[in-house]
Design a protein around this ligand. Structure first.
Ligand code: SAM
Length: 244
């Protein structure tokens, strides 16, 4: 079933998209060896990436010869992906509008599945994972990372500065709901441009996540790393297979 695309302003304006591409996409690229190992065990067929961002993973897997399609809601990210990688099979779209497939693999890296809509709505984990599982071919694989609830508090604030940009964030959480305020400064044409966004995420407990994966009929492994690449605290890498 197709759902309505959100009418509100998408997340990731042009400044944050650029900062993400330069400063944070390398984390997802570090997962590529583990992603490739999993995809090699999947059936032959097309692969879908949700929330492709600046397109690095999409471009790398496409260069491997995979028939991969990306969906990305942020126009700024789609423009940046094309500027960095040329013509890419990347379309506007969200997790809620994922085409039904069937897909040999579905990827969602960089906590894509955690995001609430800008209005704060969120498809419950059990329903979301069941729907995505139904978009897989038998023995197809769903690969994603996500933030989970946990006893250790995540950093409440932080910042990072590079020559041409600076990004600062403030994070607060109340049980399943995380709220991240992000302010980005980007040096452009000799001046600094400021952009601010608020992101809302939904974080399941590990028990809720496992229940949702089981309810979706998926056989899964949860790990704190993609192969040798360790994820930050309270993040899990999920490799989940649809049964034959
Ligand atoms: C942290 S970035 C990760 C981008 C890229 N996957 C990577 O690993 O570099 C989160 C991505 O999720 C996308 N996103 C947020 N909400 C989404 C939704 N409902 N459906 C699809 N993508 C979404 C954002 O636009 C952004 O590209």
């Amino acid at each position: 079933m197709r759902r309505t695309v959100l009418a509100s302003k998408p997340l990731y304006g042009s400044a944050l998209a650029r900062v993400h591409a330069e400063g944070f996409e390398p984390r997802s690229l570090a997962a590529l060896p583990a992603l490739r190992r999993a995809l090699q065990k999947a059936p032959d067929g097309p692969v879908l990436e949700l929330g492709s961002g600046a397109g690095g993973v999409l471009a790398a897997l496409r260069a491997d010869g995979l028939a991969i399609q990306g969906l990305e809601p942020s126009p700024a990210f789609r423009r940046l992906a094309r500027a960095r990688h040329g013509a890419l099979p990347l379309r506007p779209g969200t997790v809620d509008t994922a085409p039904e497939g069937p897909w040999a693999g579905i990827l969602a890296l960089g906590e894509v599945l955690n995001y609430r809509s800008p209005e704060g709505t969120f498809e419950p984990w059990a329903r979301k994972l069941r729907r995505l599982a139904q978009c897989l071919m038998p023995e197809g694989v769903l690969l994603f990372d996500l933030m989970v609830q946990g006893p250790a508090a995540l950093p409440g604030e932080g910042w990072r500065e590079e020559a041409k940009w600076c990004v600062a964030f403030r994070f607060s959480e109340q049980r399943r709901h995380g709220r991240r305020e992000i302010v980005t400064f980007l040096r452009e044409a000799g001046a600094w441009r400021r952009e601010a966004e608020v992101h809302h995420v939904d974080m399941p407990t590990v028990a809720e996540l496992e229940k949702a994966l089981q309810g979706a009929g998926l056989v899964y492994q949860l790990r704190p790393a993609w192969g040798r690449y360790a994820l930050p605290p309270r993040r899990l890498a999920v490799e989940a297979w649809r049964r034959a």
